[in-house]
Design a protein around this ligand. Structure first.
Ligand code: ATP
Ligand code: MG
Length: 484
C-alpha cells in the first residue's frame, strides 16, 4: 500500500534520517520502533506531508507519489495523529475536526447542525463523549488525544499513522484504542504504530520496522521475534532491565497531606517519608495531576492542610504547555530554575551554566544536536529529559513527578528508574504519577489510587497488583481494594 525507499532528511548538521526504508501491507498494523531521536516521528511526518524529505521516494500502491502537503497526504488516504498534538485550543472539538478536512471547502462557513452530524460518529468511535462545541483547550491531554484520533478518522484514511497515541492514555482508554484499531484493520485500514511500549506492540502489531540513528536496521514479523531481540536491534547492544532495587527504611515524614480539598480533590490524605517513593495511580481526570498542582500552590486549597518539610518541585505532565519554553535553548530550559546560582550581578555565566547542566544531561543520556539548540528541535523523549534535568538541578527535598517517562524509550526508561531510585536513596521524598502500571509497581514503596478526586485505595508495594489498582481506579468492587 505504501512504500518508503531510502528516505533522507537533515536539519542543518543533524541527519534525522539517513536511509529509512519501510513498506506497509493492506490491513496490517506495522510498528515503528527505535530509541529517542531515531527518526520515527520524522518519517511519519514525511509520509503525512508535514515535513519534506531531502531524498528518497514514496510509492502508493506501487506508483511513485509526491507528498508535499498534508492535503496531498489526505488525497492519498493517509491520516496522522501527531506525537505532539496539533489541535487548535481556541477552536471547538467540532471545528478542529472540520478545519483542514477536504470535505469542507476552505473558508466556507459550516453550520453547527451539519458539523455536529458529521463529527458525532467519529467522536463516538474515538470514545470521546464531550459536546461538539467544547473548546479543545478545555479537554484533558487524554481527551485531546481522542479528539486527534476522531479527526484522523474523519479524513477517511486508508493508512493511519499513529505517533505514540497511548502516551497520555490510561489503560482503559488505551484498551478502547486497541479495539478501534482492530475494527479499522478489519475494514482493511493499515496502521503505522509508533510506540515505545513493547507490550502494546506485541499485542497489536503484525510486523515491526526498527530505526536506528535514522536508518532502517530491519523489519520483523512480530510472531517470530521477542522483546529482547527487538530491543537489541534498536540499541545495537544488550540492555539489562534492572529489577526493583531494595531500599532502606524510610526516614522522617517529609510531606503530610490532611483532608486536602480543592476544586478537583475531595479530602485527600497521605504522608510521604524521606527516602520513599509514593506511587499515585488513577485514570486521566482522577485528580492525580491536580494533586501536583495543589501541592505546588498552583490550585486554590479550599480546605485541609499541607505540611512540607523542605522544598517542593513539580515536573508537570504536559511538557509543552506547563514545562518547556519551546523556542529557548536546551541550556536555557535546563538551568532556568537555578539561574541565581550561575549569575553574577545579573549576568548569566554561560560556562558555569554549562558545567552545571552537562553531567545531569549525561546522566539522563540526553541526545540533542547542541545545548544551544531550541528544545523544539529535540525528539519528544529528549524534550522530556530536559524537563527532568531542570528539576534534578533544583534538587528539591520533595519531588512530584507527573508521568516522567512519557515518550521515553526502553533503554532511557531504565536510566530514569535508576535516577528515581538514587534520589530516594539520597533521602528525597518522591511522589510518582504514572500511566504505566508496571512502572508504578516497579518503583513505588506504597501506592495511593485516586478516583474522582478521592483516595479510593492504598496499597503497600507487596500487596499491589495491576488488577487491584485498575479495579480501584475504575471503582469496581469486590477486588480486595481497601476503600477509604
Ligand atoms: N525541526 C527540527 N530541527 C532540528 N532537528 C530536528 C528537528 N526535528 C527533529 N530533529 C532531530 O531529528 C532527529 C530525529 O527526531 P525524531 O523526532 O524523528 O525522533 P523520534 O524517533 O521520533 O524520537 P522520540 O522517540 O523521542 O519521539 C533527532 O535528533 C532530532 O533532534
Ligand atoms: Mg517521536
Amino acid at each position: 500500500m505504501l512504500q518508503a525507499r531510502d528516505i533522507r532528511k537533515h536539519y542543518g548538521g543533524v541527519h534525522a534520517l539517513k536511509g529509512a526504508n519501510f513498506d506497509l501491507r493492506p490491513g496490517e498494523v506495522h510498528a515503528l520502533v527505535g530509541e529517542n531521536g531515531a527518526g520515527k516521528s520524522t518519517l511519519a511526518r514525511i509520509l503525512a506531508g508535514s515535513t519534506r524529505a531531502d531524498g528518497g521516494s514514496i510509492l502508493r500502491d506501487g506508483r511513485e507519489v509526491r507528498i508535499a502537503s498534508p492535503l496531498d497526504a489526505q488525497r492519498l488516504g493517509i491520516g496522522i495523529i501527531y506525537q505532539e498534538l496539533d489541535l487548535f485550543p481556541n477552536l471547538t472539538a467540532g471545528e478542529n475536526i472540520v478545519a483542514g478536512n477536504l470535505r469542507f471547502r476552505e473558508g466556507a462557513m459550516v453550520r453547527f447542525g451539519e458539523m455536529e452530524r458529521f463529527c458525532r460518529p467519529f467522536l463516538a468511535q474515538a470514545g470521546l463523549s464531550c459536546p461538539v462545541d467544547t473548546p479543545a483547550g478545555e479537554l484533558s491531554i487524554g481527551q485531546q488525544q481522542m479528539l486527534a484520533i476522531a479527526r484522523a478518522l474523519s479524513m477517511d484514511a486508508r493508512i493511519l499513522l499513529m505517533d505514540e497515541p497511548t502516551s497520555s492514555l490510561f489503560d482503559d482508554a488505551a484498551e478502547r484504542l486497541f479495539e478501534l484499531i482492530a475494527g479499522l484493520k478489519m475494514r482493511g485500514v493499515s496502521i503505522v504504530y509508533v510506540s515505545h511500549k513493547m507490550d502494546e506492540i506485541f499485542r497489536i502489531a503484525d510486523r515491526a520496522t526498527v530505526l536506528r540513528d535514522g536508518e532502517t536496521v530491519g523489519t520483523v514479523e512480530i510472531a517470530a521475534t521477542s522483546v529482547e531481540s527487538i530491543i537489541r536491534t534498536m540499541v545495537g547492544r544488550d540492555v539489562t532491565i534492572a529489577q526493583r532495587a531494595g531500599r532502606g527504611p524510610a526516614g522522617e515524614v517529609a510531606l503530610e497531606v490532611d483532608g486536602l480539598t480543592t476544586a478537583k480533590l475531595r479530602g485527600v490524605s497521605f504522608t510521604v517519608h524521606r527516602g520513599e517513593v509514593l506511587g499515585i495511580a488513577g485514570l486521566v481526570g482522577s485528580g492525580r495531576s491536580e494533586l501536583g498542582a495543589a501541592l505546588a500552590g498552583l490550585d486554590r486549597v479550599v480546605s485541609g492542610a499541607i505540611r512540607a518539610r523542605g522544598g517542593f518541585g513539580l515536573v508537570p505532565e504536559d511538557r509543552r504547555v506547563e514545562g518547556l519554553m519551546m523556542r529557548m535553548s536546551v541550556l536555557e530550559n535546563g538551568t532556568i530554575a537555578v539561574l541565581p546560582r550561575v549569575s553574577r550581578a545579573g549576568f548569566v555565566a554561560r560556562t558555569a551554566e554549562r558545567r552545571m547542566l552537562d553531567p545531569v544531561a549525561a546522566g539522563l543520556a540526553l541526545n540533542c544536536p547542541s545545548m544551544d539548540a531550541p528544545v523544539s528541535q529535540l525528539s519528544g523523549g529528549n524534550q522530556q529529559k530536559v524537563l527532568l534535568a531542570r528539576w534534578l538541578l533544583v534538587n528539591p527535598d520533595i519531588l512530584f513527578l507527573d508521568d516522567p517517562t512519557r515518550g521515553i524509550d526502553v533503554g532511557a526508561k531504565q536510566d530514569i528508574y535508576r535516577m528515581v531510585e538514587e534520589l530516594a536513596r539520597a533521602g528525597k521524598a518522591i511522589l510518582l504519577v504514572s500511566s504505566e502500571l508496571p512502572e508504578l509497581l516497579r518503583l513505588s514503596d506504597r501506592i495511593v489510587v485516586l478516583h474522582e478526586g478521592r483516595v479510593a485505595a492504598r496499597y503497600d508495594a507487596e500487596e499491589a497488583t495491576q488488577e487491584r489498582i485498575m479495579a480501584a481506579a475504575t471503582a469496581a468492587s469486590g477486588t480486595g481494594a481497601r476503600p477509604q
